[in-house]
Design a protein around this ligand. Structure first.
Ligand SMILES: CC(C)(COP(=O)(O)OP(=O)(O)OC[C@H]1O[C@@H](n2cnc3c(N)ncnc32)[C@H](O)[C@@H]1OP(=O)(O)O)[C@@H](O)C(=O)NCCC(=O)NCCS
Length: 169
């Protein structure tokens, strides 16, 4: 995996910080979203995620919003709803760091599994998820909007109980 932080333009190491998303972040978050997806969430959807208490985190690089992740927590299941890194900062490990943090927060909150949907046409994201232990468990037909109509979603799951209780000998 590529190293991060990488020096900024002036040669200074970049400062990376992951923190809770706040209402004041929403314009910047929505701007990253619009630049990243053909069918982006509106700013209002992010506001709703904050309002209902989803786990909403941003990653800042040198004080600017570089990405975000959103997880809906259920009784014993978590659902990763969005994970996004600004295009100019991709490929430096930020997505993986966010994913690891969100999964650990879900585990700490008692989730036994994390689920997510991903477009089959998104091999980079699929590679990230599978390298972190997510496995394909299903397909939702026509789940996403797409240029030519609809696109299926792969459903991926990471079991958080595996290894927690060793099977009896
Ligand atoms: C998916 C996304 C969040 C990954 O963030 P990132 O910061 O670029 O990812 P990282 O640098 O942490 O890379 C982690 C792994 O992802 C995979 N990956 C990331 N980009 C990839 C690409 N373009 N091609 C292939 N694999 C890729 C690799 O397995 C990589 O591990 P490696 O560096 O050891 O090879 C980012 O590409 C993004 O925001 N994409 C647009 C939004 C999106 O599609 N989100 C996912 C919705 S389900």
């Amino acid at each position: 995996m590529s190293a991060f932080p990488r020096a900024g333009a002036a040669g200074n190491p970049r400062i990376v910080r992951i923190r809770a998303m706040m209402p004041g972040d929403l314009p910047a978050v929505a701007a990253v979203e619009r630049a990243s997806y053909a069918f982006p969430w509106s700013e209002g959807i992010f506001r709703d995620c904050l309002r209902v208490g989803y786990l909403c985190r941003v990653v800042e690089v040198d004080g600017t919003i570089a990405g975000y992740g959103i997880v809906a927590m259920g009784a014993d299941e978590a659902h990763l709803l969005n994970l996004c890194v600004r295009a100019d900062l991709r490929g430096r490990g930020l997505g993986r760091r966010m994913l690891l943090l969100l999964v650990e927060r879900a585990r700490a909150s008692g989730a036994e599994a994390v689920f997510l949907e991903v477009r089959p046409s998104n091999p980079g994201a699929i590679a990230l998820y599978e390298s972190e232990g997510f496995v394909r468990v299903g397909l939702r037909k026509g789940y996403y909007q797409a240029a030519g109509g609809r696109e299926d979603a792969l459903v991926l799951k990471r079991d958080l109980l595996a290894g927690r209780h060793p099977p009896p000998a």
